[in-house]
Design a protein around this ligand. Structure first.
Ligand SMILES: Nc1ncnc2c1ncn2[C@@H]1O[C@H](COP(=O)(O)OP(=O)(O)OP(=O)(O)O)[C@@H](O)[C@H]1O
Length: 240
C-alpha cells in the first residue's frame, strides 16, 4: 500500500495496566474507504486497541497516524475533528437531551453551530431516526439507541468510523438494519473498522479480517483465508 492510500497507520501499539500487558506490538494499516473486521476472543485487546486509536486512553506504546497526521497525545475531540469517529459497546447518549440535541452536541463542540441543526437532522435521516428527533434516548428501542449512537458518531462526517460491538444483543433483522447503515456509510466513502463477535455480520461486511489473541495480532488478511488458518481456528474458534 503506498503512503498516499493509507488512512490509518498504527505501529507497535501496546498498552499495559499495571504489570498486565493488554496489548502488544500491534501494527495495522488501513486504506481510505476500507472495511476491516477486528475479531478475537473476550479480553483479547480489541477495545483496548480502539481506545488507544480514539484517544480514550491517553498513554500507550507505539505510534498512530490518520491521513498522515500524528494522533499521539491528542484528546478524542481533536481526533474527531481530524476525521476519526467511534461508537461505544454501551451507547452513551446524553439522557436528558432529545435525540436531535444528542447529535447536535458534537457539532456545537466542533464549532459548526450555524448549520448544526440541519446537519444533525441529516445524520438522523441517514440512520432513519428523523421521526424520533424530539424523543428522549430512553424512549427509543435498543436498535434505535444503536442507530442514535451511529448518528452521533457520523455527525462530523468521519473518514474512519470504528464500530465497537454495535450489534451486540440485537435480533437477526436488527443486525441487518445496522449492517445496511454501515454499508451505506462505507459506500459514501467512510472507512469502517467493525469490532464484532457476531461472525455472520463480520464476514458479510468485512473485506479484510484482523484477529487478536491475548493482546497480539495473529492474523491479517482476506476473511476466508484468515478464518481457515489453523492458529485462528485453534485460538479463536476453540478448535484444536
Ligand atoms: N481499564 C482497565 N484496567 C485494567 N485492565 C483492563 C482495563 N481495560 C481492559 N483491561 C484488560 O485488558 C484485557 C483486554 O481487554 P479488552 O476490553 O480490550 O478486550 P476485548 O477484546 O475488547 O474483549 P471483549 O470482546 O470482551 O470486549 C482484558 O484482560 C481486560 O480485563
Amino acid at each position: 500500500m503506498s503512503d498516499a492510500d493509507v488512512l490509518l497507520r498504527a505501529e507497535g501499539v501496546g498498552k499495559r495496566f499495571g504489570g498486565f500487558v493488554a496489548l502488544q506490538g500491534v501494527d495495522i494499516t488501513l486504506r481510505a474507504g476500507e472495511r476491516l473486521g477486528l475479531i478475537g476472543p473476550n479480553g483479547s485487546g480489541k477495545s483496548t486497541f480502539v481506545n488507544c486509536i480514539s484517544g480514550d486512553f491517553a498513554q500507550h506504546d507505539g505510534r498512530v497516524t490518520l491521513g498522515g497526521a500524528a494522533l499521539n497525545g491528542l484528546k478524542p475531540h481533536r481526533r474527531a475533528r481530524l476525521g476519526l469517529a467511534r461508537t461505544f459497546q454501551l451507547p452513551q447518549p446524553f439522557n436528558s437531551l432529545s435525540v436531535l440535541e444528542n447529535v447536535r452536541v458534537p457539532l456545537l463542540f466542533s464549532g459548526q453551530s450555524g448549520s448544526a441543526t440541519a446537519r444533525a437532522m441529516h445524520c438522523l435521516e441517514q440512520v432513519e431516526l428523523a421521526a424520533k428527533a424530539e424523543k428522549l434516548p430512553r424512549e427509543l428501542t435498543q436498535v434505535e439507541q444503536r442507530r442514535l449512537e451511529l448518528a452521533r458518531a457520523i455527525a462530523l462526517d468521519p473518514q474512519l468510523l470504528i464500530a465497537d460491538e454495535a450489534m451486540a444483543g440485537l435480533s437477526h433483522a436488527e443486525i441487518d438494519q445496522i449492517l445496511l447503515l454501515l454499508r451505506r456509510l462505507n459506500a459514501a466513502g467512510t472507512a469502517v473498522i467493525m469490532i464484532e463477535h457476531i461472525m455472520r455480520a463480520v464476514t458479510e461486511f468485512a473485506e479484510r479480517l484482523v484477529v487478536f489473541v491475548a493482546g497480539r495480532k495473529i492474523a491479517d488478511g482476506e476473511p476466508r483465508a484468515v478464518l481457515s488458518m489453523p492458529e485462528v481456528e485453534g485460538a479463536y474458534l476453540g478448535k484444536q
